[in-house]
Design a protein around this ligand. Structure first.
Ligand SMILES: [Zn+2]
Length: 289
């Protein structure tokens, strides 16, 4: 992806330097070596699991966690992490700039900017406490996206999803949940599903696939603005496929159980992203039909 460092940090809440992390991240040392593949897969089976849907019903009313006022870079930051920080900052700014134009035009809803909270180890949100193991998530209660940048190491190492646009897709998916929150998409999906499966899992899958589609809508805008390089779209599609529920279940040595899916299969996730990417419209994602 064509991008630049030094973009505004006004949408970033940097809690990496806040005390209260301490979930095994050794300063300068990254994570320990003792994490076996199985455990990592077990942890990653939770990837994206806590975002949006499951959080809607939890106590989303309180304003924000105790650390919300702090914004400080970590005392130790490798050049790689600094670079990653700059890239993620670029993506969250670009995605939100794009939605500021897209949302009023196609859904007649003003876009309100979300904050991106960077943390290490564990974090408190209006949706409760969370750890890195749960993966990136969006909390509707405080309209913030939470991510531990170390997640990207796992995405690359354990899921083979490398590349900057794979990383961008993760942020764009979470911002997609914010867009859903702004337009009231979950209610719309719930009523669209009336008479069909009523299970919470089935609704969760629809919510997640729509967020993938909305990530694609942002992808479409980057393509129009000529920010994409060869291979970028494949990186995002590969990332979407790698964290499909069937793939995660296979990696965990489990039987594939579609009824237990909460995010959708690899095929469904890539199709959803592709749909948004190709059309660039909210209606392709089932919003405002
Ligand atoms: Zn999600």
């Amino acid at each position: 992806m064509r991008w630049q460092s030094g973009t505004s940090d006004s949408d970033i809440e940097d809690r990496r330097g806040a005390s209260g992390g301490g979930m095994g991240r050794v300063p300068g040392g990254g994570r320990g070596l003792g994490i076996g593949g199985l455990i990592v897969v077990g942890l990653l089976s939770l990837v994206f699991k806590q975002d949006f849907f499951s959080l809607l019903d939890s106590n989303g009313a309180s304003d924000s966690g105790p650390n919300s006022a702090m914004s400080a870079p970590p005392s130790t930051e490798s050049p790689e992490e600094k670079q990653r920080y700059e890239f993620i900052k670029f993506v969250v700014n670009d995605a939100q700039d794009a939605w500021t134009k897209i949302l009023p035009a196609s859904a007649s809803v003003p876009y309100e900017r979300a904050k991106l909270v960077l943390f290490r180890g564990r974090v408190e949100s209006a949706c409760g406490k969370a750890t890195s193991a749960e993966g990136p998530f969006y909390c509707p209660g405080d309209q913030k996206v939470y991510i531990d940048l170390a997640f990207y190491d796992e995405l690359k190492k354990d899921f083979g999803a490398a590349g900057d646009f794979a990383q961008a897709y993760v942020i764009a998916h979470e911002i997609g949940h914010h867009v859903q929150n702004l337009v009231g998409a979950e209610d719309e999906l719930r009523s669209a599903m009336k008479g069909r499966s009523r299970s919470a899992n089935a609704l969760s899958v629809q919510v997640e696939l729509q967020a993938d589609c909305l990530a694609g809508v942002w992808g479409h805008s980057t393509q129009e603005r000529k920010l994409l390089e060869a291979g970028d779209v494949d990186e995002a599609l590969n990332a979407a496929a790698s964290i499909g529920d069937d793939n995660i279940q296979k990696m965990s040595g489990d039987r594939v159980r579609p009824e237990s899916f909460t995010h959708g299969s690899s095929a469904d996730r890539t199709a959803a992203f592709r749909r948004g990417m190709q059309s660039g419209t909210l209606s392709a994602c089932g919003i405002g039909r």
